[in-house]
Ligand binder design. Structure first.
Ligand SMILES: Nc1ncnc2c1ncn2[C@@H]1O[C@H](COP(=O)(O)OP(=O)(O)OP(=O)(O)O)[C@@H](O)[C@H]1O
Length: 252
């Protein structure tokens, strides 16, 4: 890797990205840059293409045209480079996707041992530090089903962090949680944000956007139609679609 490039390039850069699902044009000429250390909240109505955009950046979905770079490097298509990309771009989904038959600590150590080549003892030590950081060290030996949804999601965040990612992507991380557990997950995310992690967060939690985001991207029908500061987005949304969206979300 070219160090000079990687230290100055935006963490994520997409240029004229287009994607279709059959006839549906789900991403339309998406051009965005996310500088390192920036926290971007991606908002928009259901079906506007937010998840698809997120998944293209991790190459879980291929694109039809355009380019995507992570840390100055084009996305690899296969092999070791793809595994490295998946480690560099940590993903946290709505469903926690933890391995049900492994303990929480084993869920966290699996990637570092298999992909990063860490020794078992080093991986375990780091996993315990991460579980402490997300507030569930006391749950380390339990199985996922023995934890609350909020604890499982915090374990999923620890698992992604264990790969030492360059950027963390969150796809509606709190929408499967009972209301009382939402805040504990958002608190972990806000703390990561304050530590300077680059974050790309799809969420309807506008409180988090106000508190932790540097920027809000609003998508509608596959296009980015607002890309602005949280202050501007909340006080002065430019488009009627964003105004409608905010009035629904904020009165919900
Ligand atoms: N694998 C797929 N095959 C076909 N269509 C898909 C696929 N994945 C998503 N779509 C469609 O693409 C559009 C965008 O979906 P996407 O999940 O990206 O939207 P979203 O903004 O994240 O929505 P939500 O907020 O409901 O999660 C939707 O119309 C969806 O039905």
């Amino acid at each position: 890797m070219n160090e000079a490039t990687s230290s100055t390039a935006p963490m994520i850069r997409t240029q004229d990205v287009n994607k279709h699902f059959g006839e549906l044009h789900v991403l339309k000429d998406i051009t965005i840059e996310v500088p390192r250390g920036q926290v971007v909240v991606v908002a928009g109505p259901s079906g506007s293409g937010k998840s698809t955009l997120c998944r293209t950046i991790n190459r879980l979905e291929p694109i039809d045209s355009g380019t995507i770079e992570v840390d100055g490097e084009p996305l690899p298509k296969e092999g070791k480079a793809l595994a490295k990309l998946r480690a560099d771009v940590g993903m946290v989904f709505q469903q926690f996707n933890l391995f049900a038959h492994k303990s929480i600590v084993d869920n966290v150590t699996l990637g570092p041992i298999k992909v990063r080549g860490k020794s078992k003892s080093a991986a375990r030590e780091e996993a315990m530090e991460l579980l402490t950081r997300v507030g569930i060290a006391d749950q380390a030996e339990k199985f996922p089903a023995q934890l609350s949804g909020g604890q499982q999601q915090r374990a999923a965040i620890a698992r992604a962090l264990a790969m030492n990612p360059k950027v963390m992507m969150f796809d509606e991380p709190t929408s499967a949680l009972d209301p009382e557990m939402v805040q504990e997950v958002l608190d972990v995310m806000a703390s990561l944000a304050s530590e300077g992690m680059t974050m790309f967060v799809i969420t309807h939690e506008m409180g988090f956007a106000r508190r932790a985001a540097h920027r809000v991207i609003f998508m509608d029908y596959g296009s980015v139609i607002e890309d602005t500061s949280p202050e501007e987005f909340f006080t002065n949304p430019r488009t009627e679609r964003a105004q409608d969206f905010l009035s629904k979300i904020l009165t919900h």
